[in-house]
Design a protein around this ligand. Sequence first.
Ligand code: ADP
Length: 687
Amino acid sequence: MAKDRTRSLLELLIQVNREVAAALDLRTVLQRLLFAALQNVGGERGSIVVLDDNGKPMDATIVYGTSLHEHTTQQLRETVDRGLAGWVVRHRKAALIPDTSQDERWLRRPDDTLNKNGQKSAICVPLLARERLVGVLTLVHPLPNAFGPEHLELMQAIADQASIAVLNARLYTESLRQARVMTALADGAAAFSASLEVREVWQRVLNQTMQAMQVETVAIGLIEGPEQGLVFRAAAGQNAGNILDRRIPGGQGLAGLVAREGHGMIILNVKEDKRYTEADRFSGIEANAIALAPIQSQGKTIGVLEAINPVSGIFDPDALTVMTGIGGLAGTTIRNAQLFEQLQNAHQRYRELFEESIDPIFITDLEGRVIEANREAIRLSGFQTDDLHKMSIDQLHEVNWNKTGMEFENLINETGRNYESILHKADSGGVPVEVYARRVEFEDTDSIQWTLRDISERKELDSLREDLTAMIYHDLRSPLGNIVSSLDVLGGMIGEDESTRSILSIAVNSTDRIQRLVNSLLDINRLESGQTIATQKTVNPQELIEAAVRDVMPSATGRHQKVEIQIAGTLPNIWVDADMLRRVLINLLENAIKFSKVGATITIGAQKDENSARFWVQDNGPGIPSSEHKHIFEKFARVKGKDKPGGLGIGLAFCRIAVQAHGGMIWVESKEGKGSNFIFTLPVMSE
Ligand code: ADP
């Protein structure tokens, strides 16, 4: 008998082995195992539940008689959580139940209720492959006590065989699934990177997701705006049009959650998930199941990929892996495309600015060969584009090699340089230009940009002023000298008559002023051309001040103004051109008189500083805005504004040049509306 049993057991094992050896597909393996078990052990129905590494049911086959029985994941879960199979899983031990009505471990199914006290017998064994629990095999017989220990023994023998087959099939299924995921991702990667155009990339991501996930609708939401909201920029599939441009304020809904937390999720039943809010709803789309994955680039979430309603009704177990993978791939590609678009816009913008610039611009390579010239450069130079492309920048203008470096190394290694030069025109004429040259990246190439400014008008104006100055002091100086000496002679000839004398003194004063102006212009010219002061002597500052005040007294009295002299302590002598310095003081006093109201008081003073004598002329006039403080000491500079007394803008320029030529400094302290204080220093004579 024992021999027989051993034999039939062996036969059974060989048969089971033969049945399953040929198959690798998990479902087929399960079915064959189950039929073999039912056939050899007996029973009316049976099931094999396959468990994953976490002990959760991942697949099952249920057989009733000779037919397969449909089941739901929920049913499987219940069986494993509560039923006999659950007990076997937890205890990793086989169970033989001769009478199900007498055993607590038996979970009554709805179909049991027909025959509530229907007694059955059942056997359930764990499928253990190399210590790993891979599933449970259950057989049920409609009659109690139909199964005994010998059946259990048979079942255990089958289970040993079955567990290895199930494990192999499970591994095979997993590797198939992984291959599918890998294929989906590889396809995605290939498809995405085929384009750098943002919209094209979106479309490819949508298509790929649609294909890999087999869903009705796919959408891409990108994080935009200051409060990090999501904007759905692209969508495909059913009612995709309703999704476009939908905004989800920062962090709201499931999409917001995924964007915030940076990991994907699958919602199998949207209606039962409280995290799915109104914010997630798209009009016209009734979502049942959705898969969401962050779109990430360099570890940062830049958007969310959403797949809605799988066509088959349920997502594959690997849906999340696929979605997350696509999200990761899409992130890099979308970011690259965005950067590419920004770069193109920047290029475009530069092109426009380049073309439309009112200044001529040439772009050359680092050797100075012309690559591009804008419209204005072509117009001003008079060369055709083709000619320019054959020229180098030094053929176009006189390069200041000191500034640029003989091989443009100063431009290449340092910041830009500017200098004045002449642009050679096609018709052999020249245009005075100010050149600003610097290194730029032009359409991805290291280049030098030469911006030229046409300064012919400024040059013309300068030479006009120079002509005028030359005319004033050459053509006015000698006749003026004649007038002065004639007036002097006249003064000795006229008697004591008051009115004649006062007319004469007006003529003398006016002539003095003209002479001072002419002399100052002459000084400016001389000192600017680098000559030094020739006629220096020891001068007492107080006497200088008194002489200047005497000279402006007629103008001050004419405006009922007072001029106060403030001298602090004794002043050291200074070594100066007395006439020039007197004119400096007169200039400052005359300005103070001119800009102050009738009846005002003007103060002129001096004091000794550490190594210098300090002079000042202060008024309570309109003051000078601080933006003008430096500017007014330039030639021909005048503060703009109406109601200002007219002038040439030469006086202060002369004061600056004269003071600086003596080794001193001049500046103004003033606020608009608060009067002005012009101050200058002169070095004192060492004793
Ligand atoms: P001008 O007086 O001939 O215009 P200046 O060189 O003497 O030329 O002065 C330049 C400008 O500085 C004047 O036009 C005026 O706007 C401003 N300025 C000079 N002195 C005063 C002052 N005391 N108060 C207000 N503004 C002054």
